[in-house]
Design a protein around this ligand. Structure first.
Ligand code: C2O
Length: 355
């Protein structure tokens, strides 16, 4: 069976939130109008081009900051507010919801829903930002954390995440401000074998490229090896179905950004708080881009689960820029051109890193 998505009316305020967490409720506001089925936008709209975060210019940075300032200024019970946008992650990814019509919880991570869920999530997030700016071409940047190439070192956290007020999150690991380079061997507790052995920058870069090569290229030749294992509708998530990319490099970024001095590595480490950091959306734009690039790599069967109706017909709910609640299906997320966004091309140094 396909996953029928969340039942908005069974949301538990404190799904799975850890001790010392600072959350009042993860639940979204209830819809005041009937749920609408997703329709593709006008296909003549301009493409929203997602550019690498290290390459954007001052005018873009100003706009990007303004978008989050406007989003943060919305009332907390507005589903488009930053507060509610970040709580989406808390509700969906902490067993906050029951699946529609049945007494079974819903969880996105470590399943074949992970990638499409995050795609839809930032898709609507981006549309809301664009509408707040009144600029339908506005696109999120992607944080190109997988590229360690000199001289730009795209993987470093761009300085404007520390200087532009609406893009700042005070709960980050203070040691990881530029010139630090993400260490993809980091785990969710912030522990890193490379750090422990005092690795040099060259060794960290080598280890990152190896990890990326293994988790995206050589070890990800089947859909389940990259996207995660099937979790059918009506089934409680119990076992681990995450791909090596999800627990590895993707998770490492969460572990590397969050503040180890906080009780749960807030914000980026824990599911309930991760999306309170604006960099979360730029991180997931990059994961989404890597999904696109993974599909185009040679060898293996690098597709989705297109022949499995349980995946294709699985449903999720998101509020759009008009505060309408929209019902989407995985199958409508697979062609990003139809979603009217695209990625500026960058070189993936790890893709030819056979070692
Ligand atoms: Cu929903 Cu990067 O996690």
């Amino acid at each position: 069976l396909p996953n029928m998505g969340p039942d908005m009316y069974t949301c538990k305020k404190h799904a799975v939130v850890p001790p010392y967490s600072t959350v009042v409720s993860c639940c979204p506001p209830l819809p005041t109008r009937p749920i609408k089925d997703f329709k593709f936008e006008d296909q003549t709209l301009p493409m929203r081009v997602r550019r690498p975060a290290h390459k954007v210019d001052a005018a873009y940075i100003e706009k990007y900051n303004r978008a989050y300032r406007l989003m943060r200024a919305l009332p907390q019970d507005d589903p488009r507010s930053f507060h509610q946008q970040s709580n989406i992650h808390c509700a969906y990814c902490g067993f906050g919801f029951k699946q529609l019509g049945i007494n079974v919880t819903l969880e996105m991570h470590g399943t074949w829903l992970t990638f499409p869920f995050h795609r839809w999530y930032i898709y609507f997030h981006e549309r809301i930002l664009a509408s707040l700016l009144n600029d339908s071409s506005f696109a999120l940047p992607f944080w190109n954390w997988d590229s360690m190439m000199e001289p730009e070192r795209p993987s470093q956290i761009p300085e404007y995440f520390y200087t532009m007020p609406a893009l700042v999150d005070p709960l980050r690991n203070p040691r990881h401000r530029t010139p630090a380079v993400p260490d993809l061997s980091t785990d969710l507790t912030g522990r890193s074998p490379m750090d422990i052995k005092n690795a040099t920058l060259e060794e960290v870069i080598e280890s990152n490229n190896n990890l990326l090569y293994q988790t995206v290229v050589s070890g990800a030749t089947l859909p389940s090896l990259f996207l995660g294992k099937p979790l059918r509708g009506g089934v409680e998530k119990t076992s681990l179905g995450a791909s090596a990319f999800e627990v590895g490099p993707h998770g490492a970024i969460h572990g590397w950004v969050g503040d180890p001095a906080q009780p749960n590595g807030e914000d980026m480490v824990h599911l309930y708080s991760a999306a309170r950091d604006p960099i979360f959306y730029a991180h997931h734009a990059n994961c989404d881009r890597m999904w696109c690039d993974w599909k185009n790599l040679p060898g293996g069967k690098r597709t989705g689960f297109e022949d499995d109706p349980d995946w294709m017909e699985s449903q999720l709910l998101f509020y759009d820029e008009n505060a309408d609640l929209i019902r989407v299906k995985i199958k409508d997320s697979l062609d990003i051109v139809k979603l009217r966004y695209t990625y500026e091309e960058v070189d993936n140094p790890w893709a030819h890193h056979d070692s």
